[in-house]
Design a protein around this ligand. Structure first.
Ligand SMILES: [Mg+2]
Length: 229
């Protein structure tokens, strides 16, 4: 919930930049569910997946079996970018670690630089990301208990998250996949990638503010803007 308020607050402050242009809602592919990605995955070198209601129900601790074969098929070029808390991020590393890594962009206390965190199984790696040079440098993590050290978290639709990941991979042809227009789809467009909107998987597994956000705001507005492009 705090996570949601944080994301919504920042998005509101940046609403012109993020949502001012209809083009930021451009959807390259429409998926009935994530299994549809098999039709287009060959066009991309990197696939950045949302987690909740894209790959699984909200905050589930296990994978959805109906998507398993597809996730295995795309695992070598896929990664997760979720707007989740640090604790949830570590859990993603455990639940999806045999398939792909998960990413989170933060600023640590006392640091001006941004740090891209990547987790796979229980292995946490960190890279400094410099937006001016668009370069990443790996850093040694002395203390993996980073939660108390996080001063700021960057969340979709802030494109800087994707830019850091793209810089790490030297700007491959990328597809961003998700079930929310105002976070996933807008983020992809702001970062200059292709986007895929996936019909939410088990959307009623979310909490009530998120369900209301989806059906009163995100879906009707997002659909309208993306369909009129
Ligand atoms: Mg989602």
């Amino acid at each position: 919930m705090i996570n949601f308020i944080h994301t919504a607050g920042r998005a509101l402050r940046n609403r012109k930049k993020f949502y001012g242009k209809k083009e930021n809602f451009k959807v390259t592919h429409w998926f009935d569910d994530i299994n549809d990605i098999t039709k287009v995955e060959k066009q991309y070198q990197l696939i950045l997946l949302d987690r909740d209601c894209t790959l699984q129900k909200d905050h589930a601790y296990e994978r959805a079996s109906k998507f398993e074969k597809t996730l295995q098929q795309i695992s070598k070029k896929s990664e997760i970018v979720s707007n989740s808390s640090f604790k949830e991020f570590l859990r993603i590393g455990l639940v999806y670690g045999d398939l792909f890594p998960a990413n989170k962009l933060v600023r640590l206390k006392g640091e001006k630089r941004l740090t891209l965190l990547r987790v796979q199984n229980d292995n946490l790696a960190a890279y400094h990301y410099d937006p001016k040079t668009n370069k990443t440098t790996q850093v040694l993590l002395e203390n993996p208990n980073l939660e108390p050290l996080i001063a700021e978290e960057f969340k979709k639709p802030e494109p800087i998250i994707l830019k850091a990941i793209l810089a790490l991979h030297k700007n491959p042809k990328t597809l961003v996949v998700g079930d929310y227009y105002h976070t996933d789809i807008v983020c992809g467009n702001l970062a200059g990638t292709d986007t895929a909107y996936v019909t939410p998987y088990k959307p009623l597994s979310q909490n009530i503010p998120l369900i209301l956000f989806r059906y009163l705001f995100d879906t009707p507005l997002g659909k309208l803007k993306s369909k009129n492009l």
